[in-house]
Design a protein around this ligand. Structure first.
Ligand code: ADP
Ligand code: MG
Length: 346
């Protein structure tokens, strides 16, 4: 075959493959958009594990009607204008790719109303074809509805797991987002059943009750901030706060370990290992701790532009972060466990 440029539809489906792997990826992108829009309340609804329907509603600043068609175009974003902006990024989004990717692989409907607008505008995209926006009544904020995910991408559809497994992935995404933003009220409804609700009080402890339930929350303790050493030149570089489970609270997998860096849910084998090391000799081999860690680093020490889903990040000095996690967690456990059971940690 001669070399040819791909058509837009094909480019879109290929690009979507990087960001939208399963219903949980859609939920993650939509919830992050809601948080970027300053939402105080986010409601997520799924049906059949998200395969049939995913709906995310927020009370954020909305999208002006005239910008709606642009919002679903690839590389269209209101969050950055230059590459340099990434170094100071405070939003979750910056690639301008999520809505376009979702539109490439599902039916997408956006209803949005900025608070100062008298009514909402609605935009529907089916099979990549965008219908002209219409005016509809709706409360201020944005509701995005995604139906029939991967209906026209058989390879992706075949790869989806059973509905309850997909629903569990979605739940984990919403858990992480709710823990990242305790000042935002979250609700997750799966097949008509409320599976998660947080109060938006801003208190991480309350949020953990809403996310993991009162039984688990009762066995978790806040991380004790390490003694502040003013003379430490690296002092402001990394801070670790959050809650950790007591050594008596363990799980058979790592599902209850949530690592957040600058409010972003990340995946890191090395930092997970740092956490598990802090529990070394306190919990049995093959069991895993429960933890919600908020790690803060200066934005210029963090590269979030490593992978399209942004769950993989790079630190300019990971060693510092690793050490900060071990120190914070071990220090906290030492204060909450009878002295003789904690071997000294070097
Ligand atoms: P990105 O988040 O990287 O900017 P998206 O494709 O996710 O790209 O969204 C495109 C644009 O649509 C955003 O930059 C934002 O301006 C707008 N947008 C998307 N979702 C919402 C929302 N829930 N509320 C307000 N604006 C939104
Ligand atoms: Mg986005």
């Amino acid at each position: 075959m001669p070399i040819r440029l791909l058509d837009e539809d094909t480019i879109g489906k290929i690009a979507a493959g990087e960001v939208i792997e399963r219903p949980a990826s859609v939920v993650k992108e939509l919830v992050e958009n809601a948080l970027d829009a300053g939402a105080r309340s986010v409601r997520v609804e799924i049906r059949a594990g998200g395969r049939e329907l995913i709906r995310v509603s927020d009370d954020g600043h909305g999208i002006p009607a005239e910008e709606l068609p642009l919002a679903i175009q690839r590389h269209a974003t209101s969050k950055v204008t230059r590459f340099d902006d990434l170094a100071r990024l405070t939003s979750y989004g910056f690639r301008g790719e999520a809505l376009a990717s979702i539109a490439a692989v599902a039916e997408l409907r956006i209803v949005s109303r900025p608070p100062d607008s008298p009514h909402a505008a609605s935009l529907v995209s089916r099979n990549g074809r965008v219908e002209p926006p219409t005016t509809v009544p709706a409360a201020p904020g944005t509701t995005v509805t995604v139906r029939d995910l991967f209906a026209h991408v058989p390879a992706r559809r075949a790869f989806l797991r059973q509905d309850h497994t997909e629903a569990a992935y979605v739940q984990r995404v919403v858990q992480a987002c709710a823990l990242a933003a305790p000042e935002v009220r979250f609700e997750l409804v799966s097949d008509g059943r409320t599976v998660l609700a947080t109060d938006g009080s801003g208190d991480l402890g309350n949020t953990i009750v809403g996310v993991f339930g009162p039984d688990i929350a009762a066995e978790m303790v806040p991380i004790v901030p390490p003694a502040d050493d003013e003379h430490d030149p690296e002092r402001p570089a990394v801070t670790v706060s959050g809650y950790v489970g007591l050594p008596t609270l363990t799980r058979g997998n790592r599902q209850h370990i949530i690592l957040l860096v600058n409010r972003r849910w990340i995946e890191s084998r090395s930092l997970t290992f740092a956490l598990e090391q802090a529990y070394h000799s306190l919990i049995m081999v093959g069991r895993f701790p429960v933890a919600v860690l908020h790690i803060t680093v200066a934005p210029e020490r963090l590269d979030v532009n490593v992978h399209p889903t942004k769950r993989e990040v790079r630190f300019s000095d990971e060693r510092l972060v690793f050490a900060a996690i071990q120190r914070a967690v071990r220090g906290t456990l030492t204060q909450h466990t009878p002295a003789q059971t904690i071997p000294s940690f070097t």
